[in-house]
Write a protein that binds this ligand. Sequence first.
Ligand SMILES: *Cc1c(COP(=O)(O)O)cnc(C)c1O
Length: 465
Amino acid sequence: MKYISTRGKAPALNFEQVLLAGLASDGGLYVPESLPVFSKAEITDMAAMDYPELAQKIITPFVSDCIPSDDLAVIIKETYAEFRHGAVAPLVQLGSNQWVLELFHGPTLAFKDFALQLLGRLLDYVLEREHRKVVIMGATSGDTGSAAIEGCKRCKNIDIFILHPHGRVSDVQRRQMTTVQGSNIHNLAVEGNFDDCQSMVKASFIDKSFLPEDRSLVAVNSINWARIMAQIVYYFYAAVALGAPSRSVAFSVPTGNFGDIFAGYLASKMGLPIERLIIATNQNDVLHRVLTSGTYGRSTLEHSLSPSMDISVSSNFERLLFDLYQRDGAAIAKLMDDFENADITFSAEAMKGLKGLFSSARVDDEETCAQIAKTWAECEYLLDPHSAIGVKAAANAKLKPGTPVISLATAHPAKFPSAIEQAGVAQAPTLPLHLDDLFERTERFEVLANDLSSVQNFMAANLRA
Ligand SMILES: *Cc1c(COP(=O)(O)O)cnc(C)c1O
């Protein structure tokens, strides 16, 4: 499988190269040159597979020229053995056609574990084979950092540095990062905000001269193709459990950077009958505005009860635009250039393509709390604020009667106890057993000044030999 850039100018890469690449050299994002398409019979057979078997089936075409099948099977088996549910991604029914797909049974209780547990193992596998070492650097306001650290903690060939804004992530989220022990793990608490952390990461990817020459820098944010790839699997898993391919289903996806729902789009292109993909946003509603007005425009970031969806632009949306513009890299490069300076309007044809499969909903904090309370009152089921946004959007969606709608539950409610409290639910969510003693564990993090050279000097001084 070859991977090409959405902006048409960067060289095509194979899977191993794309795994280690961040942005393409032309500023674009990598996508597969073509997609495997599964037949109706193949999709029917998927219903009999367990999660690791299905993951093997879906992922193989994307990686087979770089990773032999037996090795891939071991990597996948180890990855999903980390999840604390026999089904890995269980479905729970909330109403006659309403379902929730629980994606929070991984080590850090958010759906990001599905991709980052796999990514860490894939990276270590190719690095070991090539006798190379890399440095991972990332900024986090919560979920990504802990999932990346958990995913890479055993990796012999990776030193990982995660920046978070000092004093500005929740206690659970901070402790999930800072209590993981390992000489290759470094939590940097920067005396600034999330954007400061993000800018330092960006600057470090542009000028890597602070690192020794033999260490490259790898990105673990959702521009990394391998993350998207891993997420395609659970769309198939849930849909076949509810009767695909003879029945089509809809998905409602709490959306920030558009990585998760883009995987759903790929699943539909790969043959899965998906009637609709619902983009569920909080008050940071850049994508909802695209669907309703056709204009793509930045607005100022608002802090919400669903912090992992607080974004002003969705980086992975470019991957969809590439298809909506008939894979014309030059057109995407121009659009994105224009977008640097002003709001942009999409072509009628692109909007038609978008609306053919996607719809959207905006759910603010008040409605989020109301949904948490309603689902608790009706089902005694606790939703985290991100998942509640998906469930609310699903309940309001206009679908063909009888279509099952599956809301992705992207985080465990115990990660966001204050939102549950704010919703007026008396039942406090409890952490699963494996995190029971989280608040007794020893934390290890480094407080650093809000200054690029302090961060880079710390990194250079703390690489393993
Ligand atoms: C990251 C995250 C999201 C948003 O996913 P995207 O792929 O960025 O759209 C939603 N919910 C939770 C809990 C997350 O951690």
